[in-house]
Design a protein around this ligand. Structure first.
Ligand code: PLP
Length: 226
């Protein structure tokens, strides 16, 4: 029987092989890609195995879970928050996460800026693009509103907007959708792109992703949330 650690090691090797294949196809190099292991709903022990295997970027969707895991795990990990932001959770999220991938509200940006400025902190933010304009419950700013949104928050103190992020709607062609988001980022001169997940990170790398957020390909199918 293989241990959980062996299983994770194998899965990670397969993900790295898929990354390498996409890099070869796109003429890019491994140092251009940050692999974020999405550990949501998995125990801290799994994240620790990944730490032992060399990973230093971890992603969480919920404040309480991220706060708890980040407190248990080594301090040289960079934590990424990619869940929907709730206003009252902002101070807590910004306490443990160094990069926020899901900024989509001016109120949240202003509240974050006030909180960070007061504590002499700075954080990186991605603006989330909503690729389903008729589904505002999905989170993200509609493509047509990205520029205005970016202009309205880009000069807020302590907020460093680095790029755009998206989650592909089911059934959408990844190449076209990722290319749209990449073009938007280029127009705004934003250097980073947080694009791929387990099912589509090769297409994301081909489209220019700098950050890929991979959960189930590394850790297996997710347990029910606690
Ligand atoms: C859960 C999640 C991921 C990881 O998804 P997998 O398909 O398991 O790789 C990436 N990004 C976001 C925003 C998520 O919620």
């Amino acid at each position: 029987m293989t241990s959980r650690k062996e299983e994770i090691k194998e899965n990670l090797a397969q993900v790295e092989a898929r990354i390498d294949a996409a890099l070869a196809q796109s003429g890019r190099t491994r140092d251009e890609i940050t692999l974020i292991a999405v550990t949501k709903f998995f125990p801290a022990s799994d994240a620790m195995y990944l730490y032992d295997l060399g990973l230093r970027h971890f992603g969480e969707n919920r404040d309480s879970e991220g706060a708890q895991k980040s407190a248990e795990l080594p301090a040289d990990i960079r934590w990424h928050f990619q869940g929907q932001i709730q206003s009252r959770k902002i101070p807590s999220i910004l306490g443990w996460a160094q990069t926020i991938h899901s900024l989509d509200s001016r109120d949240h940006a202003e509240k974050s800026s006030r909180f960070l400025s007061a504590g002499n902190l700075e954080r990186e933010f991605f603006i989330q693009v909503n690729l389903e304009p008729d589904r505002s419950d999905r989170g993200g700013v509609a493509k047509s509103e990205i520029r205005g949104f970016y202009e309205s928050i880009r000069n807020l103190p302590a907020i460093k907007v680095v790029g755009l992020m998206c989650v592909l709607p089911i059934g959408v062609d990844p190449r076209g959708a990722f290319a749209d988001v990449a073009n938007l980022a280029r127009e705004l001169e934003l250097p980073s792109l947080s694009l791929g997940m387990s099912g589509d990170f090769e297409a994301a790398i081909l489209a220019g992703a700098t950050h890929i957020r991979v959960g189930s390909s590394i850790l297996g199918s997710r347990p029910e949330p606690a």
